[in-house]
Structure formats: C-alpha cells, structure tokens
Ligand binder design. Structure first.
Ligand code: FRU
Length: 516
C-alpha cells in the first residue's frame, strides 16, 4: 500500500510539471491616458517572453494621495518589485522609501523623487527635452516673438525639468519674450484652463505656445483660438505619440509645430525589472533617447508606426494561439496521467486481490485437513469408548445371552422396533455432523452403555461403527442415484471433511466414492 502512495505522489508531482520561480511586479501608474496605455501594452507584450512574471497594475488617476495608498497596498500584498511613475515628488516620497526600506527593489519610471532610495531610474532626460524645444523655438521664432508656457503638474519631476531645460535654452534668444506661464496637470482641459487664466491678464499677441505635453498644448491652443480666432502660433509639445489624434498626427496635420518624442519602451523596462529580480547588477540611471517630430518627419514616423502595429498584432495573435495550444497540451497531459494512474491502481488492486485469494485458498486447505484429522480423532475416541464398554460387558455376557434366548420372539420384535427408531432418528439427522452416539442415545432414551449393548448385539458393530456404516450406506445410495458431487454427498450424510468421507467410504466399500 505504501508503494501505491509513493507512485501516486510521483505522478502528482509529475503532473505539476517543472515550476520555475514566480515573481510579482507591481506597476503603479500615476495616470490613465494614451501614453500610460501604450506603456502598459508594451509591458504586457514584453511579458509574453518571460515565464513566471505576474504584472499587477494600479492607476492613481492623477491623485497623489491615492497613489500613496496604492503603493502601500502593493507592498502589503508582497510584490517582489515595484515600478512606479510617481505623480508628484513630495507626496509619494515617503511611501516609495517605505517600499524600498522593506527590501523591495524600486524602479522609478519617467518621473523621479528627491531621494536616493530607489534601485534604478529609467526615463528620458526631461531637461534635454525642454532644451531641445527651447532651441527649436529660438531658431524658428522671429525677433520680438511673444511666448506662453503651459507647464506640467506642479511638483512632478518632468514638469520642473522640462521647464528648466526650456528656459536655459530660451535665455540664449533674448529677442523672445515669455509673456505668461502657468501649470496644468498634464490633461488637455488643464492646458485650456491655464491659457484662459493667462489671457485674462494678458491681451497681447501670442506667437508660441510651449506645452509641457502635447495634450496641454492642444488645449491651450483651443483656448487661444477662442479668444483670437486668427492666431497662428508656433505650438510645441512633448510625447509625440503615434496613435489617432495624438502628437505625431497633430504635427502632420499642422496643429502642433513640433513635439519631442517621450518614449515608453515598456520592453526595456520589463527587461530591467527581470534582471534586478534575477540579482543582476544594474545602473542607477537608464536614459532613453529623444528626438523632435516636425512636419518633415511626421508622415514617415506614422507609416513606420503602422508597420510596427501590424507586427505587434501578429505577435498578439501568435501568443493567443500558443496559449490555446498550451491549454490543450496541459489537458492532454492531465488526461494521460489520470489514465496511467487508474491503470496503476487497477494493476496494484489485481495483485493484492490475487495474493489474498492465494492466501485464502491455502487457509481453507489447512482448515479442511484439520477438519479431517478432527473428525477421524472424534470417531477414534468414540470407538475407544465403545471398546471400553465392550470390555466392561464381557463378563456379564452369558447372562445376557440367556436373557436373549428366553422370550426371543418379543425381543426380536422389540429389536426390530428399536432398529427402526434408531435408523429413523439417524435419518432425520443425517446431515448433522454433531449427531453421534450421545445424541441418538438421548433421543431413544438409552444410556451409552445400553445403546452399545443393543447395537452390538443386533449388528455386531459398535454404535459408532453402525452410525458411520449407515451414513455411508445413504451416501452410496445418493451417489448412485443423483448428480450430487462427492463433497455435497459427504455434507449431506454428516461428514464435514470430504477427504475423510472418501477415506471412510473406501474402507467400507473397497472403492472411492468418486468411482460410484
Ligand atoms: C502621461 C504624461 C505624459 C507626460 C508624462 C510626464 O501620463 O502625462 O503626457 O509626458 O506623463 O510624466
């Protein structure tokens, strides 16, 4: 039985297959928008090529307090690594430090915090982005141009760095005048509102809008056009996403003048996370490249992106198919293992049953032999008792003979009656193996000695011998008359051991019962 459990355990283990390490990566997104959506799908796609990595996404919808709670909750869930774009620095700093202090590697993505408590940062140099756009404005704006800057969310690192980079470049072009600046919160609506509030205090011309991102720039332009329908300012932004209605298309359609690419590179981000999880060394900073999208390259970039989308679609389809095949294979494997397990269990059961059967057979053989011995011994004992009676009676024999001789006819009648009763009683109890001299004596109202004397006188046999002969005579009758087997006949005439029956039968009739 123990062997059976062992086999089943091995089968169960085998059915689990080889399980590699399993890691959970928490991805804390600050916002929910096209840029974050692109990052998410890149991460998911890249994860097709990694086994045992679970990505757990949460989004704070631009709410720093909510993001703080979400980070704490991810840590409590026991994630193995945290990827986070902190909405704002001050609010998020403590929870990120808490996560890092609890031993969880932290990758800051795209946005930073003013702390060293993180494992690695991956993103674009936002100062560089601001500078690039500042230089573009400086080189392309006419002398005396008026510029309005809509900055990103206050206290978020890209907003500050882009602004600083932009100002550092614009300073080299003193002919450009910044006539207004305000913060948005990265959304289109916030760009609109920021422009509205600037225009409420400024009614001069606007030659350039510098947006902290494309969405805010577009919103600000809309607000400007509402007040000055003829305005045709230079509009600069950041992100240059490839999707419909996004940055590159806006540049192609001349709504934006230029946009700095703010890449997502989710595949590189996941590779970095996986190598940290595998304890490989990593740099403190990974800076992704950027470049300007202008009317000169917007079209070609869109075409390239369409190609990319097509191959991404094929990859997704292939992944789905692989997933289906894997599910089918797992099912088949389970089925196969179940069949093997059932076969093994059946085989082992058959072996156990066969063994038990053999054991039982041997036991019943031993039992039959013991029965035979017991039966023979019992008969022998009875005969011994009869012999004893015979000896006791020997000296009283002559008196008995005289008794028999006088009034012989009555005695004969009585004896005939006695014999008839004797035979009837025996016949009624023929199959009862327990029914012997004592019982017949009790039935007929004779003591053992009386019975002995009577039977011996009438048959020349002791009662035991006579009983056995009578049983055997019935047996002979049954054997010649019916289709009963030897064992059945033996039981019917009161033998419990068929082999002992055969032995007695041979002694009585000179041939085995099977020959009758
Ligand atoms: C997306 C976004 C981008 C911007 C970046 C700054 O959520 O607002 O538009 O460039 O975040 O972190």
């Amino acid at each position: 039985m123990r062997r059976l459990y062992l086999i089943l355990a091995i089968l169960a283990l085998a059915s689990c297959g080889k399980q590699g390490e399993h890691f959970v990566i928490g991805v804390s997104q600050c916002s929910e928008d096209a840029w974050r959506g692109k990052l998410k799908s890149e991460l998911e796609m890249a994860n097709f090529f990694h086994d045992g990595i679970e990505l757990r996404f949460v989004s704070a919808h631009d709410d720093s307090q909510l993001q703080e709670k979400q980070v704490d909750s991810l840590v409590a869930q026991g994630i193995d690594l945290l990827i986070i774009s902190p909405n704002q620095q001050t609010q998020l700093l403590p929870s990120i430090e808490r996560a890092f202090d609890s031993g969880i590697p932290v990758i800051l993505f795209d946005r930073k915090i003013a702390s060293e408590k993180y494992t690695s940062f991956m993103g674009v140099d936002n100062f560089e982005i601001g500078k690039l756009l500042g230089q573009y404005a400086g080189e392309n704006l006419a002398k005396g141009s008026k510029l309005i800057e809509i900055k990103g969310l206050e206290d978020s690192s890209p907003a500050n760095e882009r602004h600083n980079g932009f100002i550092s470049a614009i300073r080299s072009y003193p002919q450009i005048q910044i006539v207004g600046e305000a913060h948005g919160d990265w959304t289109r609506e916030s760009g609109y509102k920021a422009m509205e509030s600037i225009l409420s205090a400024y009614d001069g011309p606007v030659d350039c809008i510098m947006g902290g991102n494309d969405r805010m720039a577009e919103g600000a332009l809309e607000a400007l056009r509402r007040h000055r329908p003829d305005a045709r300012p230079m509009v600069l932004g950041v992100d240059a996403l490839p999707g419909k209605g996004e940055g590159i298309q806006l540049v192609r359609d001349s709504i934006l003048t230029a946009s700095a690419i703010y890449p997502t590179h989710g595949d590189e981000l996941l590779d970095l996370a996986v190598s940290i999880l595998n304890s490989r060394s990593c740099l403190k900073e990974y800076i992704m490249p950027t470049s300007l999208v202008t009317s000169g390259n917007a079209r070609i970039l869109l075409l390239q992106n369409e190609e990319l989308e097509r191959s991404n679609k094929s990859i997704r389809q292939a992944k789905k198919q692989i997933e289906n095949i894997r599910i089918a294979m797992n099912n088949q494997q389970m089925l196969l293992l179940s069949v093997v397990a059932i076969l093994l269990i059946s085989l082992i059961s058959i072996i156990i049953i066969a063994r038990e059967y053999r054991k039982n057979k041997r036991l019943s053989q031993i039992l039959a032999e013991q029965k035979e011995i017991a039966e023979a011994q019992r008969d022998e004992l009875e005969l011994e008792r009869d012999r004893l009676i015979e000896a006791q009676l020997a000296n009283r024999e002559s008196n008995e003979v005289n008794e028999i001789l006088s009034g012989r006819e009555e005695i004969f009648r009585a004896e005939n009656e006695f014999m008839q009763r004797f035979k009837n009683v025996l016949k009624d109890n023929l199959s009862n193996e327990e029914f012997g001299v004592e019982q017949i004596g009790a039935e007929l109202g004779y003591s053992r000695v009386q019975l002995y004397r009577k039977v011996k006188a009438m048959t020349g046999k002791s009662p035991v011998e006579f009983i056995r002969s009578t049983r055997l005579a019935y047996a002979k009758l049954m054997l010649s008359d019916s289709s009963l087997s030897v064992s059945e006949v033996a039981y019917r005439v009161g033998f419990s051991s068929p082999s002992y029956f055969s032995k007695c039968f041979k002694e009585e009739f000179g041939s085995l019962p099977s020959n009758n």
